[in-house]
Each structure stands twice: as structure tokens, then as C-alpha cells.
Design a protein around this ligand. Structure first.
Ligand SMILES: CC(C)(COP(=O)(O)OP(=O)(O)OC[C@H]1O[C@@H](n2cnc3c(N)ncnc32)[C@H](O)[C@@H]1OP(=O)(O)O)[C@@H](O)C(=O)NCCC(=O)NCCS
Length: 177
């Protein structure tokens, strides 16, 4: 895939990412989240959220740009701790991978996931996990195509069920073809 660029994002991108975040949520979650959830979404709140992420150094964010330099997607991961098999371990959590609809299905999601995994590996983390809405079937098919394995039980986000996927070996995600 050519023409699209992925670069590290910084606090100066908070407004751009917030607007993308809202646009992608609206495209992705119509019909999956209650209508009142959409009514309550506000750009200011999202800008504050992303400024907070950058301000706290809470993980790494990448921005995907189309050939015209327009932002079309982003990813965010952070370090987290999880008890697996009774043992506490450190890993990377993919908090978000979102692309505008027109940019989907062209390999950008794979590039963002691989980049996040490479950064986790460089940070000394061995495994990766994420949560996805149970009924977001296209995203689940994507994570399965990337060899993510379902684990754990259902959790809830904004009142709707979520499921977890994981990669025991972050190297495999970083090298996924
Ligand atoms: C999910 C998302 C990140 C995937 O990114 P993408 O660029 O569309 O996916 P890619 O083109 O990189 O595809 C990578 C692999 O996943 C597969 N895949 C992607 N979407 C798929 C789908 N809906 N069904 C089946 N396979 C799918 C591709 O076929 C490809 O596998 P292959 O190379 O073996 O054929 C993107 O579509 C998106 O942003 N969707 C809306 C937001 C969203 O739901 N984000 C996840 C929130 S948890």
C-alpha cells in the first residue's frame, strides 16, 4: 500500500485526533451504541481527553495521513498490567485503532497494529491485548485476521458488551504479513 503516511502524534495533534475520534465513533458505532451516547459526544471533551493522554505521557499515539496530508486514522496504545493465569504481568494495551471509512480495507489497520507492536517490543513488553465491542464484527474479523486470540470474559463499555483479544508474543504481531 503506498501513499499513506503514518507518523507519531503529539499534543499539537490533539484537536485533529479528537475530531477524527468523533467521526470514526459515529461511523463505527451507529446501531451498536445507544442513541443517547451519540447525543452526549462533544468535541471539547475529546480534545481534553487527548490533551490529557499526551500530558500524562499515557502511551503512544500514531496518526495516519492520506496522500493529500489529510488525517484519516489513528492508533493509541499504552502499557498496562493484567492478571493472567494467576500471575500479574506487564503488556501493551491497544486502546484504539480507528480509520475513516474511505481509508479502510487498504492495509492501514495492519500497519498501525504492527507499528504499535514494534513500539511495545522496543519498550520491553512481551504481549498485547485489547477490548472491542462484542458486536463490532468487522473489527473482530480484523483482529482475528491479525492472529489475535479471544480470552477472558465479557466486560461492559458505555453499557454494551466488550470482548478481549490478545497476542502472547508481540513479536508475531509486529511481523504480521
Ligand atoms: C478495524 C480496522 C482498524 C481494520 O483496518 P483496515 O485497514 O480496514 O484493515 P486492513 O486492510 O489492514 O486488513 C488487515 C487484515 O484484516 C482483514 N480484515 C480487515 N477487516 C476485515 C473484515 N471486516 N472482515 C474480514 N477480514 C477483515 C483483511 O482482510 C486483512 O487480512 P488479509 O491480509 O489476510 O486479507 C478498520 O477497518 C477500522 O478502523 N474500522 C472502524 C473502526 C473500528 O471498528 N476500530 C476498532 C475499534 S476496537
Amino acid at each position: 500500500m503506498s501513499g499513506f503516511l503514518i507518523r507519531a502524534a503529539a499534543v499539537a495533534d490533539a484537536q485533529t485526533i479528537a475530531a477524527l475520534n468523533l467521526a470514526c465513533w459515529r461511523e463505527t458505532y451507529a446501531g451498536l451504541l445507544p442513541a443517547e451516547t451519540f447525543a452526549s459526544l462533544a468535541l471539547d471533551e475529546r480534545v481534553d481527553h487527548w490533551r490529557g493522554v499526551f500530558g500524562a505521557g499515557a502511551g503512544r499515539v500514531a496518526l495516519a495521513l492520506d496522500p493529500a496530508g489529510e488525517a484519516v486514522g489513528f492508533s493509541h496504545w499504552r502499557e498496562h498490567e493484567l492478571i493472567l493465569g494467576g500471575r500479574l504481568g506487564r503488556g501493551g494495551e491497544i486502546c484504539a485503532i480507528y480509520l475513516r471509512r474511505a481509508a479502510q480495507g487498504q492495509g492501514l489497520g495492519r500497519r498501525l497494529a504492527r507499528r504499535a507492536a514494534e513500539e511495545m517490543r522496543a519498550s520491553g513488553l512481551k504481549w498485547a491485548s485489547l477490548l472491542v465491542l462484542r458486536d463490532n464484527l468487522p473489527a473482530r474479523r480484523f483482529y482475528e485476521a491479525m492472529d489475535g486470540r479471544r480470552f477472558g470474559r465479557e466486560l461492559f463499555w458505555r453499557g454494551v458488551p466488550q470482548v478481549a483479544y490478545g497476542w502472547r508474543d508481540v513479536d508475531r504481531l509486529a511481523a504480521h504479513q
